[in-house]
Design a protein around this ligand. Structure first.
Ligand SMILES: Nc1ncnc2c1ncn2[C@@H]1O[C@H](COP(=O)(O)OP(=O)(O)OP(=O)(O)O)[C@@H](O)[C@H]1O
Length: 593
């Protein structure tokens, strides 16, 4: 199935297509579910046979098989009942286990597949969506599918089995009365379909609203310090309240429809029941129908019609599951717009030459952030980039990591276009200390070793020492085993930055990018870090972005950016002599007027 045809396919088929690896398990579950329903319906037939035995005695159905003795007939019936009940229990055990295991396996695999696919998607995908919405797909929607597979699929199958088995035997036993009993079914079907059609968009809306509220909650929890500092608790409570209210209202609309269905169906069901009662009774009075068959029919007509009443629940589960399937499959089939190239870039072979050749870039096709920019960094060179805020410095280094695709021009590493390189190998050869350091919930040691998962303790400590982090780490309550908290919130900004530097040092990449990596540390610590970096950056291509010019003052070459272009370049002394933007920035920062 191609990805475009998948988009058009019904969500149920998409789910089945996804479950193709579990075909045997699905078929077994289907078979035992149907068998179980047949065994469940059998006692109604047994009652008919029991009445037949006691009314017709030697002329009963079983008597025709050669057992004329009533006790013998009842004994056979009892044995049959025991066998059928045992088979019913056994088949229920088997199908329930199969469906539940299938539900567990599918939800597990779907979640892992969806998450793996999500990780492959480009950064702009995440920028356009809220974390809460994505979380609600990965959690709520997948759990919804699990619930459906757990019990909903079996309910649907049992419903269909009942209709076919009971409707078929009705037609066979009493063809004259069967039409009256079956009479309501087309109306119920039609009503159900109409109901389903109207319910589907309401459930889709419920899922959307659940996504919104998740997103609001996730956002607020991560911004709790800002909420508190601006005393915005009441404002935020109102916003959560309004999202929650919207969710409640949306669910209310779905409930209004789904709750009306059951009583409406009941009225139609009763018509079939009364018809069987009335016309069946007449047929017995006129000797056209045996008492046993009549008793059986009155009893079984309910088994035929009542499942229609549970159609609302079934439809409900089905619609919820399909709304979730649509969202999960939508995520799974989102195309990856930054595909990996094939060209390998073995870490040990990288020289570290970086060449940006007339690149132009705009986020989401809006205004150009980088304009026809060219930059050639020789292997092992140490360059600095400065420039006004918003001039495109961070964007430039993010393009090296291929977080976004450039609109025109070429970015080459060691002479190879990065679009041709294997994405993993490209990113492995770049160490990036970003402006907003992100630490994971875990220990200091684990955070330094992030990405260098095989690092030994002594390597971690060595990297921390070079990043000027060792000293403060040793003062933490559990030193390297201290938990940093979510996003590293238990550490100061400068401490977080030093851990990020240590992390990049440990990675030991041929190309190192430091984007405002020391902006939050004091001058003394920065000087110490600079000393370490002077050692680390030898024979390693280094790109340092900084507002504090002292940070990049000793670079081999300094580039000054303005409005997406490089407007000045040269060594510190040359740029001062040029008396341009850099020189005036330097004067401001060093207090020279
Ligand atoms: N993810 C994004 N989506 C859309 N626009 C963005 C995105 N990231 C940055 N921009 C825009 O691109 C421009 C350049 O941003 P960039 O972060 O590269 O600037 P910068 O020179 O690093 O600034 P600073 O010194 O403040 O860090 C800015 O106008 C910014 O608003």
């Amino acid at each position: 199935m191609t990805s475009s045809s998948i988009y058009k396919t019904h969500p149920l088929l998409r789910l089945l297509h996804y479950a193709k690896n579990y075909r045997t398990q699905v078929w077994n579950a289907v078979t035992f579910t149907i068998l179980n329903k047949i065994f469940d319906l059998a006692p109604s037939y047994l009652i008919g046979i029991a009445v037949d035995i006691v009314v017709k005695k030697e002329n009963s159905l079983i008597a025709k098989m050669g057992i004329t003795n009533i006790i013998g007939q009842l004994a056979i019936l009892s044995l049959l009942t025991l066998i059928i009940w045992s088979l019913e229990s056994l088949s229920e055990f088997i199908y329930a286990r199969l469906w539940r295991n299938l539900a567990q396996t599918m939800q597990h695999e779907l979640r892992i597949d969806a998450y793996s696919h999500l990780q492959e998607l480009e950064l702009s995908y995440f920028e356009e969506r809220s974390t809460g919405t994505l979380l609600s797909i990965l959690n709520d929607d997948i759990n919804q599918l699990e619930r459906f597979l757990d019990s909903g699929a079996a309910s649907i199958l049992q419903f269909l089995t009942t209709i076919l088995a009971v409707g078929g035997s009705f037609l066979f036993i009493a063809p004259n009365i069967a039409p009256f009993a079956i009479l309501p079914t087309p109306f119920i079907f039609w009503g159900s379909l109409a109901f389903q059609k109207r319910l589907a968009p309401r459930y889709a809306d419920v899922r959307d609203k659940a996504g919104f509220i998740n997103s609001r909650l996730a956002n607020n929890l991560s911004g709790i310090a800002t909420i508190k500092s601006f005393t915005a608790e009441i404002y935020e409570r109102e916003r959560v309240l309004s999202e929650s209210e919207a969710y409640r209202r949306s669910n209310g609309k779905a409930i209004a429809l789904s709750a009306a269905f059951y009583p409406a169906i009941r009225l139609v069901v009763v018509i079939g029941f009364i018809a069987t009662l009335f016309f069946g009774g007449l047929a017995v009075a006129n000797n056209q129908l045996s008492v046993g068959t009549y008793g059986f029919m009155v009893f079984i007509v309910q088994r035929l019609l009542w499942p229609f009443a549970s159609l609302s629940n079934i439809m409900d589960q089905y619609q919820r599951a399909m709304a979730s399937t649509r969202r999960v499959m939508g995520l799974l089939h989102t195309p990856i717009t930054i595909p990996t190239g094939e060209h390998p870039l073995p870490l040990k072979m990288v020289r570290g030459e970086v060449h940006l050749n007339k690149i132009t870039f705009a986020y989401n096709g809006c205004t150009n952030v980088l304009k026809d920019l060219s930059l050639h960094i020789l292997p092992g060179a140490n360059i600095g980039i400065v420039g006004a805020t918003g001039s495109g410095k961070s964007t430039l280094v993010k393009l090296l990591l291929r977080f976004y695709e450039i609109q025109s021009g070429q970015i080459l590493i060691d002479g190879i276009d990065i679009r041709e390189l294997q994405l993993l190998e490209l990113r492995r050869c770049i160490g990036w200390v970003s402006q907003d350091v992100f630490l994971f919930h875990g220990t200091v040691g684990e955070n330094i070793a992030y990405g260098s998962f095989d690092a030994t303790e002594s390597e971690i400590i060595h990297a921390a020492k070079l990043g000027q982090a060792h000293e403060f780490i040793m003062q933490l309550p559990l030193q390297y085993d201290t938990i940093v908290g979510e996003r590293g919130q238990k550490l100061s900004g400068g401490q977080r930055q030093r851990i990020a530097i240590a992390r990049a040092i440990l990675k030991d990449p041929p190309i190192l990018i430091l984007d405002e990596a020391t902006s939050a540390v004091d001058n003394e610590t920065e000087a110490a870090i600079q000393k370490s970096l002077a050692m680390i950056t030898q024979n390693r291509t280094t790109i340092a972005i900084a507002h504090r010019l002292s940070t990049i003052r000793h670079s081999h070459c300094i580039y000054v950016m303005d409005d997406g272009q490089i407007v000045e370049q040269g060594k510190h002394e040359q740029l001062l002599a040029n008396d341009g933007i850099y020189a005036s920035l330097w004067r401001v920062q060093s207090g020279i007027h």
